[in-house]
Ligand binder design. Structure first.
Ligand code: FMN
Ligand code: MN
Length: 497
């Protein structure tokens, strides 16, 4: 099934699948929406389309809030399928024989087709407001938490160009609405949009797309290398190029199918206090200076739908955007570190606090090598703690990981304390951006690593297992117990997968 072409296709798909509820009661984007969504997300509930928001525009939220909806968005049965498609292209080898050549050509075509396509006009410019006509307060922008500094646009795709190369970047960076025509631009120090800004001379043009098809919206949050255009990833994952139209007041191309586009610029060195904001760390991030975004045009579809998301104490809706990234990028990570079998970024660890990784260990110090690899790999470099386990350990089963850490670790020998860059939002380190790293080697070790002879693990023999399977009914114990049976509450599943 092809992924949806725009937000309205997506809403229709969600509705057909019983994954969306329309709410006709009037609700207030000031705090009330958050409390509703917080309850619905935690119950694994549907996407919500609030039709009456004290503004002309309906508000869509929780579109990504379950694994099933994430899979619907990508048109797959499992998020690993998306990763495999990407991995297939990354691992392309010179083809041997005709059949492989044909398959290879198909893969190359899928890359060629992922390039964004320019079109002359698009629904995102049905309504064009410029200059004094622009009024951001007409959008149902949420104030998410009681301590927030004001309303924040939380699900944007922020488009910039590298002033040196012209290469496009798309990133999801929240925007605090300051008045009718300005917002703050919260790109953190490790992010690509900010790098474009630092390279700009005087001014940097920016466009912000709101209300995209779900794959393109996801792509804005994907941690690609700086020179790779997130719209290209979106085109590749959708199997159809992202269509772009020229901005009305900026020299940037914007998605033709967006519900709303904000065009404008940042003046170099014009900063404002951004925050506080109730963040995905579960804490408020304190006020900090960020650039001011001046909106020169606001273009829209007629009856535009405004998309939003709430972050806060995990788990929230963004958990599934993060899980999508975790799954989609596994094959790419394996390209650089092939001994990695699997990894898990626990939702409760806000993604950057912990990475559990299983490896095919083949030499002394291998676990330490992989820790350092993680600390040197793209956005994973900000990971605060890394737990390394052997290839047979299920990294998504946190109880099993806890068992391995408890059983296999001599803290004096197997815990590595290092230091390096940390997430912009991490409030724990003494210094912002820089601090301690923790590596825990929970793999099996032997004399070559200073351990004693490692004892064998307890396993029942296959023969006895088979016999008990066959004879289970004879024992009169009812249905055979499901090893995961009692543990599958919706929340628990989200936390453990
Ligand atoms: C809902 C949501 C909100 C986000 N808000 C921000 C933000 O305000 N600032 C930021 O720097 N990153 C934020 N991120 C993370 C970035 O989108 C992510 O790091 C992305 O890779 C940035 O794009 P870039 O790699 O092109 O810089 C957010 C992610 C999600 C899913
Ligand atoms: Mn980028």
């Amino acid at each position: 099934m092809a992924p949806p072409g725009d937000l309205r296709d997506w809403i229709a798909l969600l509705e057909r699948e019983g994954e969306l509820r329309r709410v006709s009661a009037e609700v207030d984007p000031h705090l009330e929406v958050t409390e509703i969504v917080d309850r619905v997300v935690k119950a694994g509930g549907p996407a919500l389309l609030f039709e009456h928001t004290k503004s002309e525009h309906p508000l869509l939220i929780n579109q990504f809030g379950t694994e099933r909806r994430m899979c619907l968005a990508f048109g797959v049965d499992s998020l690993d399928d998306v990763g495999r498609r990407l991995g297939d292209v990354l691992e392309m080898q010179p083809p041997q024989g005709l059949a492989e050549k044909v398959r290879g050509l198909k893969k190359l075509k899928s890359i060629a087709d992922s390039q964004p396509k320019s079109v002359r006009s698009g629904p995102s410019q049905e309504v064009v407001l410029t200059g004094d006509e622009v009024d951001l307060r007409r959008l149902p922008v949420q104030t998410c938490w009681p301590g927030d500094a004001g309303p924040f646009i939380t699900l944007p795709a922020v488009i910039t160009k590298d002033p040196r190369t012209g290469a496009r970047n798309v990133g999801m960076y929240r925007l605090q609405v300051l008045d009718e025509r300005t917002t703050a631009m919260h790109w953190q120090i490790h992010k690509d949009g900010r790098a474009d800004y630092l390279l700009a001379d005087g001014k940097l043009e920016v466009a912000v797309a709101l209300g995209l098809d779900p794959v393109t919206a996801y792509a804005a949050s994907a941690p690609l290398p700086k020179h790779v255009d997130e719209f290209m990833l979106a085109g590749f994952l959708r199997g159809e190029p992202v269509e772009l139209v020229r901005g009305k007041t900026v020299d940037l191309d914007v998605p033709a199918n967006a519900e709303i586009v904000l065009e404008g610029y940042l003046a170099k060195d014009e900063l404002t206090e951004e925050g506080p904001f109730g963040d995905h760390t579960g804490y408020y991030t304190p006020p900090e200076p960020f650039p001011v975004f001046h909106v020169t045009a606001m273009t829209m579809r007629r009856e535009a739908i405004y998309p939003s998301i709430v972050v806060g104490k995990p788990p929230q809706e963004d958990a599934w955007l993060g899980k999508a990234t975790e799954r989609i990028f596994l094959p790419a990570i394996r390209m650089s570190v092939p001994e990695i079998v699997d990894y898990d970024l626990p939702v409760a660890g806000a993604f950057h606090n912990c990475c559990i990784v299983s490896i095919r260990k083949s030499f002394p110090g291998h676990a330490q090598k992989v820790m350092h690899a993680i600390w040197g790999l793209g956005m994973l470099s900000l990971t605060k703690s890394v737990v390394v386990v052997d290839e047979w350990v299920n990294v998504h089963d946190y109880e099993e990981v806890f068992f391995r850490v408890g059983a296999n670790v001599d803290p004096k020998r197997d815990v590595l304390i290092s230091e390096g860059p940390l997430d912009h939002l991490d409030h724990a380190p003494t210094l912002q951006f820089y601090g301690g790293k923790l590596g825990i080697d929970a793999t099996h070790k032997g004399p070559a690593e200073g351990a004693r002879e490692w004892p064998p693990e307890i396993e029942m023999s296959d023969e006895i297992r088979r016999r008990v399977d066959e004879r289970w009914a004879e024992y009169g114990l009812g249905a055979a117990p499901d090893p995961n049976g009692s543990r599958q509450g919706a929340l628990r599943q989200l936390l453990r997968r």
